[in-house]
Design a protein around this ligand. Sequence first.
Ligand code: ASP
Ligand code: MG
Length: 472
Amino acid sequence: MAESTPKTLVMKFGGTSVGSIEAMNQVTRIVQSTRQEWQNLVVVASALNGVTNLLLETATRSAQGDRSAYLGAAQQLQTRHEEMIDALIPDPARAALVKSQVSEWVSEFSARCQAMAVLAEATPRAMDAIASLGERLCVRVLAEVLNSAGIPASPVDATELIITDDNFQSAHPDLAATERATRQRILPLFARGEVVVATGFLGATPEGIPTTLGRGGSDYSAALLGAALPANDVWIWTDVDGVMSADPRLVADAQTIPQLSYREVSELAYYGAKVLHPKTIRPVIEAGVGLRVCNTFNPTHPGTRLVSDSNSTDGIVKAVTAIRGLQLITIEGRGMLGVPGVAARTFGAVAATGTSVPLITQASSEQSICFAVPVESARSVLAALQNTFAYELASRDMDRIWATSEVVIVTVVGAGMRNTPGIAGRIFSALGEHKVNVIAIAQGSSEVSISLIVDAADTRSAVQTLHELIVR
Ligand code: ASP
Ligand code: MG
């Protein structure tokens, strides 16, 4: 009888899921029980929560010439990992071995910070070498914790798996090279029955220089490895019950969304719901790998399943999110009517200030263009626009360029809205009933989301009102 093909699962644990002794125990229990069903298992781990920040802040201070910044940080790194080792690795010889590995990486950290202090500079490449240490420390401890619990496990640095370009701090993976390297390194470990404990966040150039995929990039690492192997499923373990229908701090009865399409979750990620790193989705859809978001601290909860766009139907409105801290900038004037190039010049000037624009609307009268920018950029964007349009302003072809007070973008997401006439009407009448004034609107051409700009003071009431439209 032919053996069934072994099932492969990639599970990613974020910083809070590995950040304490109790959390590590919980991860061990989850790996233990998952192994009953999944023969091939890759665990992708982030650094312990707070460690990446500590590494990068210390490196920055070192580069500013603070020659002793690393001392306290090195001590903290050593102590925090050693406490876990003492609590979770009972065998003295094994514990000593992992401690010596921790010391090695911590010494590397100290040496790199000292070098930065001497050179008084922090190149992106040097920052990545330092940032990579958090995950490297974590996987050594975690793999040995699993071994101590009787689960054969090997730590692997993703510098050996994920091959990227040299765009340090936000490197782009080479998918073909990643697939080759990943399969070559991991399949033999699977064959030996080992759980692979891989670092999130990291990759390396073809020459082996460490890179990172950008902050929060461990989700992306899991997706890349899942696509490369390929895995049947990728599970992102976090500290909430999957993707929520709204921020529970704003809406008391926010609930887990059982099923979301890839397109819906992309809109959510874009509109500020911080559950999945936005780049996570593409590699898994393209490889046909399943994706699930679940809670390390509530592992029996099913969490959220992500499904292909065509398979998702239930629910019209599924989630409501808010991006805060924005101001709307408006350029208006009758002289703009039919004049080509105003929009291009506007966004050229905005781009030159290094500001990214989350929302744009233009009325068909063409007498104004309106867009959102982060509060901290509003002043420099206004100045850049006054400068660009100095001639038009002087000749009165353009009347004025101005910014509102602080606003938020509230976005309603749900693929079912596409086939539901009247949903926009329901949105506006609900907001009207609750006396929320809508300053501007935008609908993406995907029709999977509608975004509204409201005054910052109306955030809570807008989100709560729209959340009531979720039909279950
Ligand atoms: N440790 C990295 C960070 O804090 C990557 C991650 O957590 O996903 O950004
Ligand atoms: Mg994260």
